[in-house]
Design a protein around this ligand. Structure first.
Ligand code: 13P
Length: 253
């Protein structure tokens, strides 16, 4: 049975003390609830807080991921953080190809390829984001766009490598807007993505791939989103910044 994953993408939020408080709150709330045994929780804080967050819990509480990684191995790339560095901190996951990075930092599918390769080389699992902008959905181009992102960003991998990939479908029009995709829209796209994977790597790999939904996911809508057969969890932005909301989502299975 493929993993359910609820990952919190904190984006560029919180000071050190606020981040520390949030992890404390999450740990305290985790004592009060029981996560489904098949659910993995992942926290993705900003780079400077990765060590602090990692030091809090062992893997039985949550895993830790970065929000970005360099597409280069090492060297004179001021301000960048390499996959080797993340590996040396024993991190588990890293987000790649988020729409904010695509839109503001020109992260193309070619860059996504190099980042995914770096992560896999260093034993981290990439959480690869895809999703259409509003104009593309209005023009009914969402399938074409997502197919291109998945094919160009990931289908150079072997089946064995692909087994370590997590996909997050995040329709850009739903991110931070309060406008969530309907459970039907999410299910349709997730099934489409799983179909692409099945065509390329076969049913077994497709059935094992976790495909997360992201975009204004909250405790109030998580249950109906996660109830869909091809929705294996969520990549959560705003609602991951409050322990109560985040745990409310993580317990929605
Ligand atoms: P929101 O949950 O704030 O819409 O953000 C989703 C997201 O971009 C997660 O990566």
């Amino acid at each position: 049975m493929r993993k359910h994953i609820v990952a919190g993408n904190w984006k560029m939020n919180k000071t050190f003390d606020e981040a520390d408080e949030l992890v404390n709150d999450i740990m305290a709330k985790l004592e009060e609830v029981t996560l489904d045994a098949n659910t993995t929780m992942i926290l993705c804080p900003p780079f400077p807080y990765l060590e602090m967050v990692s030091d809090y819990g062992d893997d039985s509480y949550f895993m830790v991921g970065a929000q970005n990684v360099s597409d280069q191995e090492s060297g004179a790339y001021t301000g960048e953080v390499s996959a080797a560095m993340l590996e040396s901190m024993e991190l588990d996951y890293c987000i790649v190809g988020h729409s904010e990075r695509r839109a503001y930092y020109h992260e193309t599918d070619e860059i996504v390829v190099r980042k995914v390769d770096q992560l896999l080389k260093h034993g981290l699992r990439p959480i690869v984001c895809c999703g259409e902008v509003l104009e593309e959905r209005e023009a009914e181009k969402q399938y074409e766009v997502v197919k291109r992102q998945i094919t160009d960003g990931l289908f150079h991998l072997s089946a064995e490598q692909f087994a370590d990939v997590v996909i997050a479908y995040e329709p850009v029009w739903a991110i931070g807007t309060g406008k969530t995709a309907t459970p039907e829209q999410a299910q349709e796209m997730h099934a489409f993505i799983r179909g692409l994977i099945a065509e390329k790597y076969g049913n077994e790999v497709a059935e094992e791939t976790s495909i997360l939904y992201g975009g204004s996911c909250k405790p109030s809508n998580a249950k109906e989103l996660f109830a869909n057969k091809d929705v294996d969890g969520g990549l959560i932005g705003g609602a991951s910044l409050k322990a109560e909301d985040f745990i409310g989502i993580a317990t929605a299975f």
